[in-house]
Design a binder for this molecule. Structure first.
Ligand SMILES: NC(=O)c1ccc[n+]([C@@H]2O[C@H](COP(=O)([O-])OP(=O)(O)OC[C@H]3O[C@@H](n4cnc5c(N)ncnc54)[C@H](O)[C@@H]3O)[C@@H](O)[C@H]2O)c1
Length: 335
């Protein structure tokens, strides 16, 4: 029998790779994406593409009715963590209420498993390494929305028996990433700045650290998770173990792009300074292959970015709070 999966956010970065892996496993794939962050050219032609929003309950019900999904992979979100302080209403509508709309339909139509990409943003400033047994203490509206969805999935499982799997990825980079969003994706931002002959902008001293993760170390495992029974109703950190400072990342990106290092330091912003995660639960259940090293991953992405060209960053149109908004995120006149 044909397996049918819905991938929300399937025109985006991680979602489009998940779609490709599902198609390889012979799923019939329906993509729901409003193209607010993704582009249709990311969507594999073998998938059915529906342009629309997870906020459109009628559309969601129509899709569930028509396709009788076995699995839902919910990746649609606006993942601009730093900006989420200033777009609180939008963040909760899009990332929390939109998710609840999908959970409602998934319960009603009796899907087999709901796969959700949360984030290590749920941990906030916890002791390192971040581990799934820690009590989440998100420090921004993006992380709060992600954790609220996780809690809602636990509740939907208890109340209605709907199975779920939660992934908490971190700092993923690679082909298909939106490099034209100045509010997120530091690897893409740096590469875009190099293509535009601009200095690489860093908030503060660049000593903040992250474990940058190649897409191939995330997407195939998300796609295959529904076949891993042991993963059901559990939460997994997923991503790289090797930590780099943002300044070290800038140097590595310049090397991959064959460009000279030119950094412009911006005023420090409100953010978690150090974040890296423990992956022992993920390793025990998914038994992953060796992780892609940063140099190899950046070279692959750099080749794609050079062929793809630079992208101009759009201003987010509906900033709700301007107090403490970083100066580089303030609207320039005429935009
Ligand atoms: N990239 C990372 O490092 C990272 C880390 C942790 C978690 N995540 C999570 O993984 C998921 C995918 O992230 P990504 O990096 O691929 O981002 P992305 O922006 O490339 O993809 C998200 C997609 O969702 C779509 N979308 C947004 N709002 C929508 C709506 N209301 N209705 C329909 N579609 C909508 C966008 O158009 C976009 O194509 C997100 O849920 C994100 O929070 C990503």
């Amino acid at each position: 029998m044909e397996i049918t999966s819905l991938v929300t956010g399937g025109a985006g970065f991680i979602g489009s790779h998940v779609v490709n892996h599902l198609l390889k496993q012979n799923h019939k794939v329906v993509v729901l994406d409003d193209l607010s962050g993704g582009v249709q050219e990311n969507v594999n032609d073998a998938a059915i593409f529906c342009e629309g929003s997870i906020l459109d309950v009628d559309l969601i019900n129509t899709l569930f009715e028509e396709h009788k999904f076995n699995y839902v992979y919910h990746l649609a979100a606006y993942a601009a963590e730093g900006l989420s302080h200033f777009i609180r209403n939008f963040n909760y509508q899009n990332n929390l209420i939109g998710s609840v709309n999908l959970i409602n339909a998934s319960v009603t139509y009796g899907i087999k498993c709901f796969v959700f990409t949360s984030s290590i943003a749920v941990y906030g400033t916890n002791s390192l390494p971040l581990v799934e047994t820690q009590y989440p203490q998100p420090e921004d509206p993006y992380g709060i929305a992600k954790y609220a969805v996780e809690l809602d999935l636990i509740n939907a499982n208890k109340m209605f028996g709907m199975d779920y799997i939660v992934f908490r990825p971190h700092n993923v980079y690679g082909i298909h990433q939106n490099i034209g969003d100045k509010y997120r994706n530091v690897v893409g931002i740096f590469m875009n700045q190099i293509l535009e002959d601009k200095p690489l902008t860093i908030f503060g001293d660049g000593e903040q650290t992250r474990a940058f993760t190649h897409i191939d170390d995330v997407a195939p495992y998300i796609a295959n998770a529904v076949n891993v029974r042991e993963a059901y109703n559990k939460v997994f950190n997923v991503g790289s173990d090797t930590v780099y400072s943002v300044k070290e990342l800038a140097i590595a990106v310049c090397k991959a792009m064959q460009s000279n290092l030119n950094i412009k330091q911006l005023e420090k912003r409100e953010e978690v300074i150090h974040a890296y995660a423990d992956h022992s639960s993920f390793n025990a259940v998914f038994k992953p292959k060796t992780l892609t090293d940063l140099e190899t991953g950046l070279l692959e992405m750099a080749a794609w970015v050079k062929a793809y060209g630079s992208r101009s960053s759009k201003e987010f149109q509906n900033i709700e709070i301007t107090k403490k908004l970083p100066a580089s995120w303030k609207k320039k006149s005429g935009q």
